[in-house]
Design a protein around this ligand. Sequence first.
Ligand SMILES: *Cc1c(COP(=O)(O)O)cnc(C)c1O
Length: 328
Amino acid sequence: MVANWRAFAACGAAEAGAAIKADGYGLGARDVLMRLAAAGCRHFFVAHWHEVPPLLPLPDGIRLSVLHGVTEDQMPSALVLPAEPVLSTPAQAALWRQTGRPVEVMVDTGMNRLGLAPADAAAISNGLEVAVLHSHLACTEEPAHPLNAAQLACFAAVAEQVPAQRRALANSAGAGLGPAYHFDLLRPGIGLYGGGLLPDGRPSQPVFRLYARIIQLRAVPAGAAVGYGASFVAARHSRIATVALGYADGYARGLSGVGWALAGGIRCMAAGRISMDLAAFDVTDVPQLAEDDWLEIPFDPEAMAAVSGRTAYELLVALGQRFERVWR
Ligand SMILES: *Cc1c(COP(=O)(O)O)cnc(C)c1O
């Protein structure tokens, strides 16, 4: 993960931050923050205010931004937490102006999701001390899409009019569009966690391995079915491992029949439907396996996305809380 972050930090003159919203894309936001901060990352992004307290205390010199801005009822906690909002609406700007504190501002340059309208950005941010001016790109996974260049031109024009200490436009894939898109600060997320590409075009390196334990091993005769819906029918006399891993752990139901475990270097296919807490793997070809053994469950986010019909983002953020996370 640190190597992935360094690829962003080294890709140009811009500083690399890190998006750690949604519990660090499922990996554990506080652990991600501490490790990337030790590597030199200074600027982190979450979406909600309630994502801030579990990250505290922050190491010295760390800046934390809340991408969803701030509402009136969130103001009291916003003022005591060591984080600052990324303002997106005129109402949020009016609330914050009274505080006199530095803030970040999002401008919508064509995605039509969050952010001030480009034409209003200068007037609305007047009287605010803008530490970072942000925008977000809609089509970075299609480098040739004309909206990329249009958003870049729009952002550059707004940045001329809104005095800001720093400017930030690119997420992970946006950094790969080239230095013109980098400005002062990058906001990579998925590229830190093993999804998508690094700015130099290499795939992001996988950052974790999943292991799950065999609760029971059973002999299943040819013609017998396994799991809900009896969707897997053994074609041969089989040995089936029932493993403590299910869709409540983020092992998506879409991996039924297409996911696999690795044991002794052999690929053991998921047999039948993944259920909430359990999955079955056909381990017929690995006779040395025993109950209580651990199976490695390969979970390269892009490879799993390709077979499950989900994106690497969806798969990562769904990983859930039941894994014991062991950091090395
Ligand atoms: C989530 C998010 C990012 C990170 O995007 P990735 O595609 O995961 O790199 C960057 N900027 C904003 C505004 C985001 O919401």
